[in-house]
Write a protein that binds this ligand. Sequence first.
Ligand SMILES: [Zn+2]
Length: 341
Amino acid sequence: MVKNELKSIKILAQKEIEKAKNLKELNRVFKKYLGKKGKLSLILGSLKELPLEERKKIGKKANELKNVLEGKFDKKIQEIRKQAKKGIGKKEWVDVTIPGKKIALGHLHPLTLIKREVCQIFQQMGFEVVEGPEIETEWYNFDALNIPKDHPARDEWDTLWLRQNKLLLRTHTSPVQIRYMEKHKPPLRIIALGKVFRHEATDASHEMQFYQVEGLMVGKEISVANFKAVIQEFFGKFFKKPIKVRLSPDYFSFTEPSFDISITCVVCGGKGCSVCKRTGWLEMMGAGTVHPSVFKNSGLDPKNWQGFAFGMGLDRLAMMKYKINDIRLFHSGDLRFLKQF
Ligand SMILES: [Zn+2]
């Protein structure tokens, strides 16, 4: 019974393969006999229901036929292709064997990758990531942070003012710290991460908008020692190697004392190279102990609380990590740049 069926499949299938004029027709024949529900496929699938002896015999024959037909299909495909190249049946030329067009997959922007990594490292140390508005008032951006009325940063050469100088685009993420302290009682540990804006001519290391990441830790006995431990841990994890941190004196109106923070050069390891200008150190951020006036302006009693704050450019971190030499590349939209991440 099955034997006869195999015979008739052999005759009919070969005829139909021979008759096929193009790949579409050939594909239909293929489906009819060798497709998932093709005649021969069904027989092969039902072999297991036969008694052992018969299964062996029929199985052998059916598989042989399958090989024969597959060979015929391959031969016919070549034939049709050859003809198509000669121009015969050009209209119906569809090569079903050509691999499909690949859809290009996008990926995250390098700054987003760095942003996520930074947040993750600080979150592991118990810091909460908080946000604030990009349009600020003069109070939150300058006054509350103890920045004097005549400070040049308030100048319209540095700050982008809005609405007759009543509002501005924040020049740093520090206002987020004030807003957070107004609403939350210490002890607290936060990271404020977001876009900031400067009225500035752009060059390889300056942009009009960039990302800042700022940290604030406040408690009864938070000291510079805590700061050094936290920040050393952060840089070590971020650059995935042991990093030394150096504090040198600096001045900021919102911290007292204030420091400039350098780390061992991640390129040369401290020996001296062109990136670190032969010093072995890279300046990474500003930091310090929170100024009593800043606590007062946020509604906290400076006699009860102390803490540290720091701030750095996320773009600079990304440039250090990926060895990028021009900050403007981040917003250039240049795919040759972006595809490298
Ligand atoms: Zn170096």
